[in-house]
Design a protein around this ligand. Structure first.
Ligand code: HEM
Length: 460
């Protein structure tokens, strides 16, 4: 029978059954749609984590079509154009694509108005004490690494047993946001979801979507609570909370002369939530990726271990000059390892008005308003014109060949935190005798959605 005849007969003769039938049908169609969107989400996450396909596609494009435009999509693949896209703040904007991943409200990354972005960034930056904070951060990371490694007894999941406790400590002792319900694990999982939703947006109504929104609600309560405790310390719910954190520094500025008109408690809530989202699981994903890659390059691993040992000795002797030099050498290994598995392999922009890319070159192309742009650091860092012999691991490349932290006015705000955390975790692990991947699947980097969730290593 024709479906329309069936429906209208049913509606006439048994309206209740008809409406039940329609609502069941709608639920069924919605469930099928969600399944399909989840499959698409999983595919996106897979390719963002297992970078083989992207590496291959970008190598082909770099060679045959370095500026690739298809309908409303532009992919730039050479280092020069990737930098140009990231640098041209007004021509290629970030807000539209990033906003759905930051449902807690405006944050630096959603601000596309250049002057306002510069003001808010400057205000955020003004709370950082670049003389004292690095040493403090280093001590936080170092102490937590020691504690976790001693407890590990020869076998450790560098994600959940090392990196996540480190970032939860940074959130607590430096940002000023204590663990959710006092639990390192709960806080680490909340930070996973906060970062995950920015990297790849899960379908509305899916499990990862609901989990992220529930975690955002909990983090909002937590941050608001900390703000009011810091505003009236006598009523503070955490008597042991550190008194000098980014959160307390901002709270102390509320209502002071010289503070911008837009600066209020809500700004502190949005920005502290933003820092937890951009500065927690990002460090975990980056460090886990770098460790995975140093383990994948045994010669480099041996060299890096020698540097870590020398650094340890120089630290014990209090030879500050040598310590600085060796830290820089070790940072080269971290950056190079990360090049093979960048934390953010693709950066996205939108084109608010018609513009031209590669202007003045033979590759110049018109980019129409409304075009989505992919500017992949992964491709730029394998462009042999910018990075000679890109497939070989060379820990002596100049730092300016890397694009791990973006480029231009939107260069990573938390780079000073990330570099210290990466270096200290790297150093702690490299000092372990017999460091190697645990055999089997556990020794491979595991992901849940776009976030790193496991990588076991063994040591003596
Ligand atoms: C290894 C870890 C990290 C990596 C690899 C990383 C990488 C990046 C990159 C590539 C960008 C530029 C995004 C774009 O242009 O679209 C960025 C921006 C940003 N990052 Fe990070 N990041 C890390 C850790 C952190 C930390 C620890 C924080 C803060 C606590 C942080 C806060 C930010 C913020 C606020 C921005 C936006 C800057 C702006 O729009 O002006 N990041 N990061």
């Amino acid at each position: 029978m024709d479906t329309n005849i069936f429906k209208s007969t049913m509606r006439r003769e048994s309206p209740d059954r008809y409406f039940q039938f329609v609502s069941r049908l709608e639920r069924f169609i919605e469930a099928r749609r969600l399944t399909l969107r989840m499959q698409l989400y999983r595919v996106q996450c897979h390719f963002l984590c297992q970078l083989g396909l992207f590496k291959f596609l970008f190598s082909v494009l770099r060679r045959f079509r370095p500026i690739f435009i298809f309908s409303k999509l532009l992919v730039v693949t050479q280092a020069r154009e990737v930098r140009a896209v990231l640098e041209r703040f007004d021509d290629f904007t970030l807000g539209e694509s990033i906003e759905p991943g930051m449902p807690w409200g405006n944050f630096l990354m959603t601000v596309d108005w250049r002057q306002r972005h510069a003001q808010e960034r400057q205000w955020l930056q003004s709370a950082v004490d670049l003389t004292a904070d690095p040493a403090r951060l280093r001590a936080i990371v170092d102490q937590r690494c020691r504690q976790q490694i001693v407890a590990a007894k020869g076998h450790i999941d560098v994600v959940s047993e090392l990196l996540e406790p480190v970032v939860v400590d940074i959130a607590d002792k430096y940002f000023g946001v204590p663990p959710l319900a006092g639990s390192t694990r709960d806080m680490a999982h909340a930070m996973r979801d906060l970062a995950g939703i920015i990297m790849v947006k899960p379908p509305i109504g899916s499990k990862p979507w609901s989990r992220s929104h529930s975690h955002i609600a909990k983090i909002t309560d937590l941050v608001l609570n900390e703000i009011s405790s810091a505003a009236s310390p006598t009523a503070g719910s955490h008597p042991t909370a550190p008194s000098d954190t980014l959160l307390t520094r901002f709270v102390q500025r509320l209502g002071t002369s010289g503070a911008p008109v837009w600066f209020d408690e809500d700004w502190i809530r949005r920005y502290l939530t933003g820092l937890l989202a951009t500065g927690g699981a990002t460090i975990v994903r980056a460090a886990a990726g770098a460790i995975d890659q140093i383990l994948a390059h045994p010669d480099a691993l041996q060299e890096a271990q020698k540097v870590a040992i020398a650094l340890d000795q120089a630290m014990k002797c209090g030879d500050d000059e040598r310590v600085d030099a060796l830290r820089t050498t070790l940072r080269h290994f971290v950056y190079e390892a990360l090049r093979f598995r960048p934390m953010l392999p693709l950066l996205v922009r939108d084109t608010p008005r018609d513009t031209v890319i590669a202007y003045g070159t033979k590759n110049a192309r018109l980019v129409r308003a409304g075009t989505r742009v992919l500017a992949p650091p992964l491709s730029a860092m394998f462009d042999r014109e910018a990075v000679p012999d890109p497939s070989s691991f060379q820990a002596k490349r100049p730092f300016d060949q890397y694009l791990h932290f973006g480029f231009g006015a939107r260069e990573c705000f938390g780079r000073y935190i990330a570099e210290i955390a990466l270096l200290e975790v790297f150093r702690s692990l490299l000092l372990l005798k017999g460091l190697s991947r645990t055999k089997g699947a556990k020794g491979q980097l595991q992901f849940d959605g776009p976030v790193a969730v496991g990588l076991f290593v063994t040591f003596q």
